[in-house]
Design a binder for this molecule. Structure first.
Ligand SMILES: [Zn+2]
Length: 271
């Protein structure tokens, strides 16, 4: 079984600064423990849902925007036992490691030095992690180095489509994935550049030859939050026939051989 736990489902500046939805990214338990897009709150939320960040093996950061990378250094500290042992893998966009014209690097040299390996892959690269393999996928985002992935597992492929505009190539990269987790920031008729809307999700799923068993909407922006993402999910499901879920803090997806099951966890009391 592959177990995916969301430590938040918010995205965009206004949801992030208000924490109307938390912004911690998600955790994948496969043959290794992988943390994806540790935005603000990732460390605190990990403990809240009893996912010990000291047991992480891999951290994946799609791009250098703060709602995706804010907690990356502290998560590296957890993964490396307080930066005391050389351990773990970081897979990140070029902007995360090197910065760009408007952003400093998101990870200091101190933190890079305690990692066992660092990957700054281009789309099309393949990285083997335990029994799984990450195929790195492209995007069209305001951070042009943003990367997604298609994770090959024995239970089928799990795709992550982070912040991106809709473009036809998305279909080729993600067609046939069993589960798609996508940053669907905006509701119907309210699309903005460089992000997916409900309309884009419908367009993508309609055009897929092999549709996924399920779609999980994440990176909910303020407009989506108030438009009611559950209504948007229902719309996607009705129009495309693809089971569509809305992520939230504590939402867990279990990808098993014969089914994809979901549940919502209760937070631990102590935090
Ligand atoms: Zn972004």
């Amino acid at each position: 079984m592959i177990e995916i736990t969301f430590l938040g489902s918010g995205g965009g500046r206004f949801i992030t600064i208000t924490q109307f939805r938390s912004t911690g990214g998600f955790h994948i338990r496969a043959s290794r423990n992988v943390y994806v897009d540790p935005g603000p709150g990732a460390l605190v939320r990990s403990w809240r849902y009893k996912l010990d960040p000291r047991k992480l093996d891999v951290i994946f950061v799609s791009h250098r925007h703060v709602d995706h990378c804010n907690d990356v250094e502290v998560m590296i500290e957890a993964m490396t036992g307080g930066a005391l042992k050389k351990r773990g893998v970081l897979i990140a966009s070029k902007s995360v490691i090197h910065g760009d014209e408007t952003h400093t690097p998101a990870v200091s040299k101190y933190h890079l030095d305690v990692l066992e390996s660092i990957h700054i892959p281009e789309p099309g690269s393949r990285i083997a992690i335990g029994e799984e393999e990450f195929l790195i996928t492209p995007t069209q985002h305001s951070d042009p180095t943003t990367i997604g992935f298609r994770m090959k597992t024995r239970y089928g492929d799990i795709s992550y489509i982070p912040d991106t505009a809709y473009f036809d190539e998305l279909l080729e990269w993600h067609d046939g994935a069993r589960l798609i987790i996508a940053a669907i920031t905006r509701p119907r008729d309210m699309g903005i550049p460089y992000h997916l809307s409900t309309d884009d999700a419908v367009e993508m799923l309609k055009n897929m030859e092999h549709k996924p068993d399920a779609l999980v909407m994440s990176h909910i922006g303020m407009k989506m939050h108030f438009a009611n993402p559950y209504k948007e999910a229902k719309y996607i499901e009705t129009v495309t026939g693809v089971k569509t879920y809305v992520a939230k803090e504590g939402f867990r997806v279990m990808v098993e051989k014969n089914e994809i099951a979901v549940r919502t966890l209760r937070p631990a009391r102590f935090i």
